[in-house]
Write a protein that binds this ligand. Structure first.
Ligand SMILES: C[S@@+](CC[C@H](N)C(=O)[O-])C[C@H]1O[C@@H](n2cnc3c(N)ncnc32)[C@H](O)[C@@H]1O
Length: 791
């Protein structure tokens, strides 16, 4: 793509740089003409969109490679290298064409059988059972699979199923010896069953739905003076209420999670992954997800398509959003991987947002029942766009990707699709809409402890870490049409989370009727200082934020990266140049913009503003002297450049300690060095500087690792004190730290853990409602341990 960018002549680049949305059709047409004249462009397209029929693509099935992997898997199985055998079988399944045969048997069915036998041997009967059923769906008359499933069902205590499967296996078996052997196994099974009436184990995994107490919450889309459209509630909404749920219009998994998460529901993959039937790229957690995603030659979901023509308009009642219900009562299901399947390269190579755009284009065309013209997407989707605000570089990229994507879609989806200035400009607009409207789907970084009975013992002996169970990672990118209408606030009053692909929005405080409902697009007060938040929002979303966090001086923004006063008796804060300049700009906000008084219910931090900055909020900001290097409270001067140097040096030791904790390899000087550095931070930075909270957290983890829980608890408490000040006491960030603190307390047998567990549970409930234990199964581990320790 970089090559193509360099080839664009300067005159066209200039037109792109100066272009606005109105210039798009003619500009796109000129760029299209130019690229069509370039042999390099045609070369790129033929590489990206290999002919499906030739099966030449990077992601195509490959029988030879699958057979080799099967062979290797069998060898590893025989030599007892089970994990390598599992890798080989799973990879072979990914590559094996569905209709390929090996020694008279369907290759895919054989691979499922081999993997089922391996799972059985590894003590994973549920995985084995599922693989047997998959093999039987492909080859129902495969006696070895019936036999294996019978044995697995016997292991699981599913007596009747076991008898059924073994009987089928016996009837299918051709050799007399084989029949006899199965008959004797059936006899043993019957005797065993008489002696012990085993409890059957359920076949399916526990599925997680989205039940919640339905509430009649009416939301409205309104036009605002400064933020475009936005959502408000018509009536008062209590804290912790579910206000909106929605299925995505389209989703794409991020590249780094392709091997670890299901390409449809984005949950972590189980060991028995299910590949796409027609290409070797996607992996699914189940056949259900595989079928929903499409990519199967035989799948035809057109009858399920539910055309959704409603365009959102402002100031009308928002009929599709009611708490506890889905925004689209009959979500249209259009297989999203189907059109990009069968071995083509482009979905594996193009950036995620471009692949997402491809999915949106195809879905919108199918919904409109047309395969020749790209619909008017800005009208159809009704989303805001950001083209004119983008940098010249980003605009050029958008144009190139739009043209490339259209050619890829034409090759792999519809040869009749017309590609011209109009259609390419539609894709440019779509990509700019995706930029400011798509949402990141997150998952917990690790749920390792989930099934481990001895998890808490591992934590107590320093083998396991709580932090990884509280960290979230972005696994996917999705477009939710209705949720795109919620604006941002750095002090949000709603919170977004995901169950599989479904988005849920919940209030995190009481919201009075008529008030805006706003979530955080990333940065929040307490997380970043104001200048960093503003920069992020301007770069990513192209607006200057005037939310209640960015338009009013607040304690958090003053102290989060502040230094302490040189006067040891003064609790004031000293700001550096960048922070001071940003804070200075906060005063004199026009009433219409800063008027968010309804949102200022829990401004507990404001009391501390007086303490740390010695200002009265009644005063106008023009009387507040914010000068870099001078204490806001007593006016003492301090040399910030030498202090910054000391802080930088201190962080070298703390980062070393952090690395040692991560690698669980602590040399004897690490901790004393880091403790000295923490002392230096405490004497240099303001007491509520976020850096100190981070350092305290690192030190607490290090003490946990060496099993010294008392100092671990004290450092964890110090970290919480700072976070409570920065975010407020009932923020999810405080909840996360409370989980760590109560884990340490339980490891010490300290009964005060109970209060912290209760507090953490209340916070998690506010943010996640009844889904809290689903999203953080660690809460259940804590609860269990609490019952054991404090009984
Ligand atoms: C996901 S959309 C939100 C809905 C949008 N206001 C609309 O009319 O469609 C994101 C865009 O809304 C605007 N926006 C969101 N929050 C804002 C805020 N706090 N202040 C100003 N503009 C905001 C920005 O233009 C941003 O790029």
């Amino acid at each position: 793509m970089e090559k193509l960018k360099c080839l664009v002549p300067e005159s066209l680049k200039r037109r792109v740089a100066e272009s606005s949305i109105d210039h798009l059709p003619s500009l796109s047409s000129s760029l299209l003409q130019y690229f069509l004249s370039l042999p390099q462009f045609h070369q790129l397209i033929s590489e990206l969109a290999a002919e499906p029929s030739t099966q030449a693509g990077l992601c195509a099935k490959n029988k030879g490679a699958a057979l080799e992997l099967k062979q290797k898997g069998n060898q590893c199985y025989s030599s007892g290298d089970h994990s390598q055998a599992l890798r080989c079988y799973s990879q072979a399944l990914r590559l094996a064409p569905i209709d390929a045969h090996d020694t008279g048997k369907n290759l895919v069915a054989t691979l499922y059988l081999n993997r089922a036998s391996l799972f059985h041997k590894m003590g994973l009967p549920m995985e084995s059972l599922r693989d047997c059923s998959r093999a039987l769906e492909i080859s129902p008359s495969y006696p070895k699979v019936w036999y294996r499933r019978g044995k697995v069902n016997a292991t699981l205590g599913n007596y009747e199923d076991a008898v059924h499967d073994l009987t089928v296996a016996k009837n299918m078996e051709t050799s007399i010896g084989g029949k006899k052997q199965i008959a004797s196994e059936l006899e043993i099974l019957a005797q065993h069953h008489e002696n012990k009436s085993a409890k059957p184990v359920h076949h399916s995994r526990k599925s997680v739905g989205i039940p919640d107490v339905p509430q009649q919450i009416k939301l409205q889309c309104v036009e605002t003076a400064d933020k475009g459209r936005g959502m408000i509630s018509q009536f008062d909404i209590p804290e912790g209420s579910l206000i909106h749920t929605e299925e995505p219009y389209a989703v794409v998994i991020l590249k780094q999670y392709r091997e670890t998460h299901c390409h449809y529901c984005l949950n972590e993959l189980p060991a028995d992954t299910v590949p796409c039937v027609s290409c070797s790229l996607p992996l699914y957690c189940s056949q259900h997800c595989q079928i929903k995603a499409g990519g199967q030659i035989h799948v035809n979901c057109s009858s399920e398509i539910n055309i959704h023509k409603k365009k959102f308009s402002c100031n009308e009642e928002y009929p599709e959003i009611t708490g506890g219900s889905n925004c689209d009562p009959k979500p249209a299901h259009i297989p999203e991987h189907k059109h990009e399947c069968q071995g083509v390269h482009w979905p594996a190579i193009l950036p995620s947002d471009v692949v997402l755009a491809g999915r949106i284009v195809v879905k919108s065309m199918e919904q409109k029942g047309q395969v020749t013209d790209v619909p008017n997407l800005s009208e159809f989707l009704g989303l805001c766009e950001s083209y004119s605000e983008m940098t010249s570089e980003s605009k050029l990229e958008l144009h190139i990707y739009s043209i490339v994507l259209l050619f890829c879609l034409q090759r792999s989806y519809s040869y009749e699709m017309s590609i011209n200035g109009n259609s390419t400009s539609q894709i440019v607009i779509l990509l700019s809409q995706i930029r400011v409207n798509s949402m990141a789907i997150v998952r917990m970084k690790s749920n390792d402890f989930h099934d481990q009975e001895d998890w808490f013992q591992k934590f107590s002996s320093g083998e396991a870490d709580v932090a990884s169970s509280l960290e979230q990672v972005r696994v996917g990118q999705a477009l939710y049409r209705a949720a795109s209408l919620f604006n941002h606030s750095c002090k949000p009053n709603i919170h977004a989370y995901y169950i599989t692909r479904s988005l849920l929005l919940r209030t995190t405080e009481f919201v009075a009727g008529g008030c805006p409902l706003e979530l955080s697009y990333g940065p929040q007060v307490g997380q970043w200082d104001c200048k960093d938040r503003l920069r992020f929002l301007e770069e990513e979303y192209f607006f200057r934020c005037w939310c209640r966090g960015c338009s009013k001086v607040n304690a958090s923004d003053l102290v989060i990266s502040g230094f302490c006063c040189v006067n040891p008796n003064c609790s004031g804060v000293v700001l550096d140049n960048l922070v001071a300049n940003c804070e200075k700009k906060k005063p004199n906000i026009p009433e219409t913009i800063s008027n968010e008084s309804h949102l200022q219910v829990h401004e507990s931090g404001d009391i501390d503003v007086k303490k740390v900055a010695h200002i009265s909020l009644d005063q106008t900001h023009s009387s507040l002297h914010i000068d870099p290097g001078y204490c806001l409270k007593c006016g003492s001067y301090c040399n910030l450049s030498s202090r910054s140097e000391e802080v930088k040096k201190a962080w070298i030791d703390l980062r070393r300690l952090q690395d040692s904790v991560a690698s669980k390899d602590m040399c004897s000087t690490r901790l004393p060095d880091a403790l000295r550095s923490l002392g230096l931070l405490r004497s240099t930075l303001h007491a509520y500087n976020k850096g100190i909270a981070e350092a305290e957290d690192i030190v607490a983890k290090a003490f946990c690792l060496i099993g010294d829980f008392q100092p671990a608890r004290d450092h964890c408490k110090s970290s919480i004190e700072i976070l409570e000040m920065l975010y407020g006491p009932n923020h999810i960030a405080t909840g996360n730290e409370l989980v760590k603190l109560s884990s340490i307390q339980l490891a010490m047998g300290d009964s005060t853990a109970a209060n912290n567990i209760n507090r953490a549970s209340e916070i998690f409930c506010k943010y996640y409602g009844p889904h809290a234990p689903t999203i953080f199964p660690y809460l259940l581990v804590l609860e269990k341990e609490r019952c054991r320790v404090i009984s």
